[in-house]
Design a protein around this ligand. Sequence first.
Ligand SMILES: NCc1cccc(NC(=O)c2cccc3[nH]c(C(N)=O)cc23)c1
Length: 232
Amino acid sequence: ILGGSTTGAHQRPYMASLQVDGHHVCGGFLIAEQWVLSAAHCMEDMKGKTFQVLLGAHSLSQPEPHKRLYAVRAAVRHPGSNTETNDDDLLLLQLEEKATLSEHVKILPFQRQDVDVPPGTMCEAAGWGFTSHSGRKPDVLQQVERPVKSREECNRRPYHDNTITDKMLCTDSRKKDTCKGDSGGPLICNGVAEGVVTAGARVCGNYKKPGIYTRIAAYVGWIDGVMAAAEE
Ligand SMILES: NCc1cccc(NC(=O)c2cccc3[nH]c(C(N)=O)cc23)c1
């Protein structure tokens, strides 16, 4: 998160840190007791390693009473996700067991109505991603407030030049933005998860490359289908 601030400890109890070999690689968030939603691109740099999911954390390094690492029973990438585009950049992680919910671990509701968030709506992103262009990594959860940018404007040059589909949304990225390591985290508007952070142009804090998010409401059928199939 560039240009943001430290979150109040445990004020975002749905936040997940996706970890490989004990290191934070991506964000995610709890959408059901046994399911975390994140971004498919987070599995790219994995080289067959295994994910763990950290819940209940504020600091990545310090011992905290409610912090707990969960093993992943299943990782389901959206079938349309690929390394070349930001399309369908979603990942569902089934935890090895149901998360123990508490004041520090809670489910975040996501938008089920497939209606665009009005441009100008102020939304929030949170994560343990880079806090500087030089790649400074925070220990504690960061957050930033960003206004939604219309798809029509976001699709113009010098912005994203017609790469933003109806299943994506943009936020202004001047100075304040998401960055490497924030991928997979939620974009929260009026208390509801509307988007999932995607790396987009892999540029942070440059107004010419607005933040790109996958619109969750456009994938409700897929999300519900994956979770239901695992119950059979
Ligand atoms: N909202 C934009 C956004 C949102 C989420 C993730 C990213 N991922 C990056 O940008 C990225 C990726 C790889 C290497 C990188 N190096 C740097 C860097 N040194 O700034 C960034 C990156 C960007």
